[in-house]
Design a protein around this ligand. Sequence first.
Ligand code: OXD
Ligand code: MN
Length: 516
Amino acid sequence: MARVEHLTFVCTDDKDDAGPNNNWMAPADAHQKIDALFDGCMRGRTMFVIPYCMGPIDSPYARMGVEITDSAYVVANMRMMTRMGSAALQRIEKDGIFVKGLHSTGDLDPERRFIMHFPEELSIKSIGSGYGGNALLGKKCHALRIASYQARSEGWLAEHMLIVGIENPQGDVHYIACAFPSACGKTNLAMLIPPESHAGWKVWTLGDDIAWLHLDDDGLLRAVNPEAGYFGVVPGTNEKTNKNAFDMIRSNTIYTNVATTEDNEPWWEDKNVGTPKTDWQGRNYEDNSKPAAHPNSRFTVSAKNNASYSELAEAPEGVPISALVFGGRRKELAPLVYEAKNWSHGVLVGAGVASETTAANVGEVGIVRRDPMAMKPFCGYNFADYWDHWLSFAQRSSKLPRIFHVNWFRQDKNGKFLWPGFGENLRVMRWIIDRCENQVSARETPIGFLPNADDIDTTDLDISADTMAALLSVNVEQWQAEMTSVGEYLDTYGDRLPAALKKEHAIVVENLQKAS
Ligand code: OXD
Ligand code: MN
């Protein structure tokens, strides 16, 4: 029902290349261990061979893979989530290079389960789990862990980011890529429906989970979405929270771990239609104290089902990115939005991302953990080297996008959300665009640039000036504690930590000290 980080390994020759952010095993030991589990595991089953392409089929940025699996469920999902089949096979024949993936559901015993990555061999072996993130090898395993490793040596970035196009009433479109940890609303933001107060605005979805970012010949950062579908969290999806998604999953959709109604319709918490008869495990649903659908139940659907799907999602050259946005789920501390002072500071902002854990991973929910660039579970190499790679972009282009941080999840003392979220997040995205176009000034604070009180449009929104002030405040003492914690975290990367990142950290600490 979820990713299993404790059973997920990056197997590089040198342990330090995997870094403290990954579980590591020597490649030979890992092969031996997992091959023993694979031995005979498909006997009596059907073996499927899936050639697939990540990215538009004719894009220079697209990458190929072949997944071998004994799960028809995986085949059906990969058919929606990737460009799979003969076109991919032809491109593999042409390119001659592809990621090799081997998957079996095995006996589903958690004691006999591993998800292992061999970035130096461009291969993946996964056994014992049928969960999307562990079994659809094109997604997290290939498009993030293996691709991030390749991207470093080839000079690009593979990121856990949605890509969205925001069109103003004059028809200008800005493309923005946002990295939020799992189950923090990436799919909702990627498919946002402008509120009634925003007549004439349109939002176009390019991707809801992964972005591959390349510098083009002019120094612009361009993004393609390697995926062709969405594997989204179902609970909470309804007419109000995400109408595009709600409409999109009415047909040709695979539901995983949802409850069902008497008529065998899928049901989930906050669907607001129908009543569950059977829970996600197929039991009669009687105990109302527990959710009927698993909190990480999912839909899989082709991107073409989405009414807001952008045609440019198929463009081989991708789209130019105006802004990169990091975010997390934080009850307190992080303001609604702020802008990094420059690219290197933005890398520090990304490295300091933290979020309360969700049901997308096995383990306790609601604990704050560091999730740099929302890539903690997905970076296929040492984070210290990854930050160094991010920092290096400043030497390669003077046209890099600006970097921002958002937090939709601030709460008051009673646990009530301060910001309405969902479609209203467009108001924050507008400020981000205004900043990129040099249309508004901003308030300089020790942690970055914050909006002036009037620059976030709150027309028709039932929100008081005090609440806005709380959302846009920087509590120096709390931030000092935060920066101490960020510093301690960064120090766990030892000598490999880039000096430039340490310097950025020291600058923020000093600015906070001056302000206190
Ligand atoms: C996902 C995740 O499934 O991030 O996209 O867990
Ligand atoms: Mn994700």
